[in-house]
Design a binder for this molecule. Structure first.
Ligand SMILES: [Zn+2]
Length: 260
């Protein structure tokens, strides 16, 4: 039964699994040079579950931006259609036929737009006219990023703090900087350090701290299926490495937020 473009059962393309000399009736065959062993599969899973980052910089190829965004959307659409096809989904179904294009646009223009340095927010700096020399903390900044090992969301909060060296930054720019680095495939440790490094550079000070508390959907919706745990990462720099300053920050972060 069809209702508003959805059907009561998952649409399949009707391909049978009959095999003829390795070529299936849907035209797909196993790639000659590819066959992962059980050991290789296990290693891939282990690296994903370990959630370690290989470097502070997001690993990018030098030719990453040779293709423009429109071409990237077209190519990803094509490849995602293939993924859906291989899964056996019927791409003529009203509900599914637009999905490859939707996913491609979402990847390039929304959730991974932070891969492109051209999308980095321009910082608006002001002179510290009030001579406010205490720490400024912006807490509970929304974090919505994507695990680079499983391409599923990591959702949580970031707390960002700095002590002015003479410059102050517009508050919303702190949100924008967090958002920019979130719009990439990430590991939480790298995200934390990338935000801290960017703030140090912009504000010309080492006195920067970033704390992120987030839930990983690759931990809650698959694998160990732990829906309760969250992961905390922190980058304390300059004066924030000193115990008293760190404790002051943690007091602000843990006290209940104002409600208005
Ligand atoms: Zn993951």
């Amino acid at each position: 039964m069809k209702l508003n473009g959805t059907s009561s059962s998952t649409p399949l393309n009707g391909a049978s699994a009959n095999q003829q000399e390795g070529v299936h009736t849907n035209g797909y065959s196993r790639h000659e040079n590819y066959s992962a062993t059980a050991d290789q599969d296990e290693l891939v899973d282990e690296i994903g579950d370990a959630h370690g980052a290989s470097s502070v910089d997001t690993p990018m190829r030098p030719d990453a931006f040779d293709l423009d965004d429109e071409l990237k959307v077209d190519l990803i659409e094509e490849h995602f259609r293939e993924i859906m096809n291989i899964l056996g989904l019927d791409l003529t179904d009203d509900s599914l036929k637009g999905s490859p294009r939707r996913v491609a646009k979402m990847y390039v223009k929304e959730i991974f737009r932070g891969l492109n340095p051209a999308n980095k927010p321009a910082p608006t700096l002001f002179d510290n006219k009030f001579r406010y020399n205490e720490m400024l903390v912006e807490k509970d900044i929304t974090v919505q990023t994507y695990c680079e090992h499983h391409f599923v969301p990591i959702i949580g909060k970031a707390h960002v703090a700095y002590i002015s060296s003479g410059k102050v930054i517009g508050l919303s720019k702190l949100n924008r900087i967090v958002e920019y680095f979130c719009k990439r495939p990430q590991v939480q440790e790298r995200l934390t350090v990338q935000i801290a490094d960017e703030l140090k550079k912009i504000l010309e000070t080492e006195d920067v701290a970033v704390i992120i508390d987030a839930k990983h959907l690759c931990v809650s919706t698959r694998g160990v299926h732990d829906v309760n745990s969250s992961t905390v990462t922190a980058s304390y720099n300059g004066k924030f490495s000193e115990e008293a300053t760190k404790q002051e920050l943690l007091r602000y972060v843990t006290q209940p937020s104002v409600t208005i």
